[in-house]
Design a protein. Structure first.
Length: 447
């Protein structure tokens, strides 16, 4: 189900079609347990650089996977051919693999059937958006940059998918999903500005607003001064906050916690960040990319992971959840980081109340230096500025940092309300802009 001519592609796999395909497998399986999963995706991307569109492509690929288990021995096979003969051959391959596989001590039967919550995961305006809409949005961003004699590079993408899971015990879940994304880097000589958006609705990308914001960043980033490396008070915009918190969230893994290699080892229930910070999952939030069911066939759910600075949850698969006695496994696909108490309305309000700080638009190339205390390194980009006496006084050459979010977010001077934050590494979350009393910049970058 992949090909080059979109006009000849079949419709996306619907609920009843998936049920028919799953029943075809389940009725013929000889396994003790059998699971069928669907992942059918139709996606497209328009890329532009140097103020011109360089690519506008569509891709369609549907995959049906079959897992068969005999006791604790299990095997999985998949196919992109949804004909009856291919699906039966895929089942036979899964059975052969399972028969010769060693026992898996962590294998669990599929979860019990559950009435999954129907979420608004497939907005109709995104479902019908195709190459013409992506080209329109790309040209809109390019046009604004050309009027300013600046260079634009970026991506407009849309994706429609059908996902499903079915099992021999009556488990059945199906969900249609759609999302749209926009990312733009504006170049003004050696200076750059950046903005990004992701949403279930293609109409919510706000191309003009995002483009003008990136243009303003690029223009203000000209003629940067060089400041010495060292600790500085900082104002982190939401994307910069999200970049650091993504690594914190990735470290919630229950297996590393049990092994003692997690930066949170022994701290479940303890305070790990400022007591005004709360991290929760909000899968039903209209501005996030929440889902109704997980890849394991479990329901996504509203959950709190950090409650006023206290670590309250770990990230479990079904095996570690059973080990820990966790009945309802929390999910974190739609994260919301919030600051309790008085907040500033905008980033500009944070700037006005700041005597001296470095304003950071975004971080990139973030990597782990020390996993035991979550020390990270990375670089500022696309708008780094010196703030003095409530005003931006100059652009600043980019810094490399070495610091841990577990240290940096121990104390918050001020914060805005939670806003949309999208980065290449963090996906999407809602996060506030924050003023921190100290953040360690280890060197000045030379590019």
């Amino acid at each position: 189900m992949s090909g080059g001519n979109a006009k000849h592609w079949p419709k996306m796999t619907g609920r009843e079609e998936f049920r028919f395909l799953a029943d075809l497998v389940l009725a013929r399986s000889s396994g003790d347990e059998t699971i069928v999963t669907l992942h059918d995706v139709h996606s497209g991307t328009a890329r532009f650089a140097n103020n011109q569109v360089v690519q506008n492509v569509d891709m369609r690929r549907g995959t049906l996977a079959v897992t068969v288990a005999f006791g604790r021995r299990h095997g999985t096979a998949s196919t992109t051919d949804f004909t009856a003969g291919s699906i039966q051959e895929t089942l036979a391959r899964a059975e052969r693999i399972a028969a010769v596989s060693p026992e898996d001590p962590e294998y669990l039967p599929p979860p019990e059937p559950f009435p999954f919550v129907a979420r608004e995961t497939a907005r109709p305006e995104t479902m019908v958006a195709g190459p013409a809409r992506r080209l329109e949005y790309a040209n809109e961003a390019i046009g604004h940059c050309r009027m300013e004699n600046l260079m634009a590079a970026g991506v407009v993408s849309t994706s429609v998918s059908s996902v499903g899971i079915a099992a021999h015990n009556g488990l059945f879940g199906y969900e249609a999903r759609a999302d749209a994304r926009f990312s733009l880097t504006v170049q003004a000589g050696d200076a750059t500005g950046w903005s990004a958006a992701a949403h279930r609705s293609v109409d919510h990308l706000k191309i003009q607003e995002r483009t003008l914001a990136a243009i303003a960043k690029a223009k203000h980033s000209r003629e940067p001064i060089e400041l010495p490396a060292g600790p500085y008070p900082v104002i982190l915009e939401p994307a910069a906050v999200a970049g650091l918190w993504t690594w914190l969230m990735w470290s919630f893994d229950a297996k590393s916690y049990d092994k003692g290699t997690s930066p949170f080892a022994g701290q479940l229930g303890a305070q790990i960040v400022d007591d005004r910070l709360t991290l929760s999952n909000a899968p039903g939030h209209a501005d996030l990319l929440g889902v109704g069911l997980t890849a394991e066939g479990l329901p996504s759910m509203q959950s709190t992971w950090i409650d006023h600075g206290l670590l309250t949850q770990l990230a479990h698969d079904r095996f570690t959840a059973k080990t820990h006695g966790v009945q309802d496994i929390p999910t974190l696909e739609a994260p919301v980081l919030s600051h309790d108490g008085a907040t500033c309305g905008t980033v500009q309000d944070l700037i006005k109340r700041t005597d001296r700080a470095i304003l950071v638009t975004n971080f990139w190339y973030i990597r782990t230096v020390n996993a035991t205390d979550l020390t990270l390194t990375g670089m500022t980009r696309d708008g780094t500025f010196l703030v003095e006496k409530g005003e931006i006084v100059s652009a600043v050459k980019n810094f490399r940092f070495h610091d841990s979010p577990l240290r940096a977010f121990q104390q918050i001077d001020a914060a805005t309300g939670s806003m949309e934050a999208v980065t290449a590494e963090s996906g999407k979350m809602l996060a506030p802009a924050m003023a921190l009393p100290e953040f360690n910049f280890s060197s000045v970058t030379r590019f």
